[in-house]
Ligand binder design. Structure first.
Ligand code: DGL
Length: 299
């Protein structure tokens, strides 16, 4: 018998990333959907995803989504990781019956809306950029409203950025030097909008903004993804009621954090990046399973 909608509505939303990056999306979900219970899984035991073969990342995404569905009965999964979305979104949608929302299309929508001259940059991990997911999403999205023409997309991989964020090092001289080197093709291309195609990168926004210059608008997919989640929940009658106090919305939903790596590390760096709500972290264990068969099959 199908689960009654009333019961489904009360279930949590699952959100995952390789580590801390998806917390940028979690924050936007908390702000927009204060009534929802949220379960966040950071796969810090296996980060970074960016340099790994996409087949292996797909296997991780399958495992994590299965865990969120089976252990937490989530009503919807947000793939808050561009690399995992590039590798696995279609497969997850085919395999699981819960709705799956990624970060790539929402980010592209926001970037096309922001550009004035139609020249858009996108930066991401090696996995995301080499997958071609962004040029595909831009082609599918149609024209930029300001120009009435398809956007010109300049893409660059930024290996190393994620590792800085995972160490909690977001505005050191070293990350600045790396940013100057990696972003120089985008500076030369005169983009007026830069899409942060990795959910870790908003934590580097000050450094990236300094290098790109003040005229370039930095776009993160976090808010637009939260809008996509809200629209889906409202359209399907699955949104949870929002609490109010004196007519003001109050946060009534719960937060739960899981990490596959060192929990104390996740708590301390996560709290620095995300804020004081990250107080407790539960463990999630995959055993020895690094989805290595997926990689072995490729060799
Ligand atoms: N936040 C992930 C993304 O959006 C980072 C990937 C990684 O672990 O390299 O792509």
């Amino acid at each position: 018998m199908p689960t009654p909608r009333r019961e489904l509505r009360e279930r949590p939303i699952g959100v995952f990333d390789s580590g801390f990056g998806g917390l940028t999306v979690l924050r936007a979900l908390m702000d927009l959907l204060p009534g929802e219970d949220l379960v966040y899984l950071g796969d810090t035991g296996r980060y970074p995803y960016g340099p790994r073969p996409l087949d292996q990342v797909r296997c991780f995404a399958r495992q994590i989504t299965g865990h969120l569905v089976e252990e937490f009965g989530v009503k919807l999964v947000v793939v808050a990781c561009n690399t995992a979305a590039a590798a696995a979104l279609d497969e997850l949608r085919a395999r699981f019956s819960v709705p799956i929302i990624g970060v790539i299309e929402p980010g592209v929508t926001a970037a096309l809306r922001a550009t004035r001259n139609g020249s858009v940059g996108v930066i991401g991990t090696v996995g995301t950029i080499s997958s071609g997911a962004y040029p595909r999403a831009v082609a599918e999205a149609g024209v930029a409203p300001a120009t009435g023409a398809p956007a010109d997309l300049v893409a660059a991989a930024c290996p190393g950025f994620v590792e800085f964020v995972e160490r909690g090092e977001v505005d050191s001289d070293q990350v600045h030097v790396l940013a100057e080197r990696l972003l120089s093709p985008l500076v030369s291309a005169d983009v007026d909008t830069l899409l942060l195609g990795c959910t870790h990168y908003p934590y580097l926004a000050r450094t990236i903004g300094d290098v790109m210059g003040r005229d370039v608008v930095l776009v993160s997919s976090a808010d637009e993804t939260a809008f996509a989640v809200r629209d889906h929940l409202v359209a399907t009658g699955m949104a949870r009621a929002v609490g109010t106090g004196d007519g003001v919305k109050i946060r009534a939903g719960s937060l739960r954090f899981l990490s596959s790596g060192d929990r104390e590390w996740f708590r301390s760096v996560g709290q620095m990046l995300f804020g004081p709500e990250l107080t407790e972290v539960d463990a999630v264990e995959w055993g020895d399973d690094l989805c290595s068969d997926e990689v072995a099959e490729l060799l």
